[in-house]
Design a protein around this ligand. Structure first.
Ligand code: SF4
Length: 347
């Protein structure tokens, strides 16, 4: 075994994080934890994981559930396609988790990283994981400035990761390098002075730690302006399900008008789309509850305004929306933006 891998495994044995999914070799539980942890911090994912596996302890329970219930358990984690894919993949398994790398990779929503993690952790297969932590540790330790998001870079790091993998104990090594990246060689403040690899780390020796890893492309982010309408008709309100191929697909929300730019309250009230939601001659009581609520997604920044529109009981406005009791809102899976609004202003 090379020095690098030896140090990583030794470091891991002393410093590993005690995480509930690490107690198990069950591929189902490892799969759930890996999907939850994509784009989610461990601290946040921890409770979601426990709640999720308590309700869906095995493949069949998940497969038998309604998609809406699965989404409800995912609510607040974001990237909802992950939950839809989990559910679809569970249905496709017919109660048996695949036992080969190609079989695991073929599951909906499972990419190379996740397949390698499941196969190495559950079956001890010699598959090297390559995630953000691994890119960072390898690029710094070996002083490599090939962009990690270029085809050449990806190929190079995949082969280097494979070369470094401790083939005798891939589960230990893979978890080791990921924890090492998360705790020791962190993105912003790596602890180089106490690092057991510092004497042989090229990035450290050449003063390039902060510059590594290198990325070629910057992800472009776009701004979106959402105006939500929380309607009150006695004890009722209106919602609808997002069906478009867009963020928050299949989640519920209040009636929405998206505008190309930010609009003032007066501009909003005179929008034709808003007027079209009202029955002719209707003059509701309108109040702006909050403006410019910023909600950051991976490639989009949402600026949301929330208006409360109060209507008389006999009103027929908003008739194309689903009418529900306000106290039933919590039964519907909604985005974190809507969830926060409900908690803050309605509950
Ligand atoms: S010395 Fe610093 S940069 Fe190098 S592996 Fe250790 S923590 Fe990372």
């Amino acid at each position: 075994m090379n020095v690098f891998s030896k140090v990583i495994v030794a470091w891991y044995k002393v410093n590993k994080r005690d995480l509930p999914w690490r107690e198990s070799k069950d591929p189902y539980l490892i799969w759930i934890s890996e999907i939850i942890l994509q784009q989610t911090r461990v601290v946040q994912g921890y409770n979601y994981y426990l709640r999720f596996i308590e309700r869906f302890p095995d493949i069949q329970t998940l497969a038998d559930a309604e998609e809406e219930e699965v989404m409800k358990y995912w609510q607040g984690l974001g990237y909802y396609s992950r939950a839809r894919n989990l559910h679809a993949a569970a249905i496709s398994m017919n109660g048996r988790f695949p036992k080969t790398y190609p079989g695991v990779l073929a599951l909906k929503g499972v990419g190379e990283y996740t397949a390698a993690a499941i196969c190495s952790l559950a079956y001890n297969m010699p598959c090297a994981v390559v995630d953000g932590n691994v890119y960072r540790v390898l690029s710094r330790y070996f002083g490599i400035d090939l962009p990690i998001d270029s085809t050449e870079g990806k190929k190079y790091f995949a082969s280097l990761a494979d070369e470094m993998l401790d083939k005798q104990q891939p589960a230990l090594y893979n978890q080791g390098i990921m924890d090492f990246g998360a705790l020791q060689c962190t993105p912003q403040s790596p602890d180089c002075t106490s690092c057991p690899l510092s004497e042989t780390c090229l990035g450290y020796a050449t003063g390039r730690v902060a510059k590594l890893p290198v990325k070629k492309y910057k992800v472009k982010s776009r701004d979106r302006f959402l105006n939500y309408i929380y309607v009150r008709v006695g004890a009722y309100t209106f919602i609808s399900k997002r069906t478009l191929n867009d963020i928050w697909q299949n989640l519920f929300e209040f009636p929405l008008i998206e505008t190309a730019t930010a609009v003032s309250e007066d501009e909003f009230l005179s929008l034709a789309d808003f007027q079209a939601m009202l029955a002719p001659g209707e003059e509701p009581l309108i109040r702006c509850v909050c403006r410019n609520v910023k909600h950051v997604l991976s490639h989009q920044v949402i600026y949301a305004n929330f208006y409360e529109v109060t209507l008389p009981e006999e009103s027929v406005s908003f008739s194309r929306y689903q009418k529900i009791r306000v106290n039933e809102l919590e039964q519907y899976a909604v985005s974190r933006l809507i969830h926060t609004f409900i908690e803050k202003y309605i509950s």
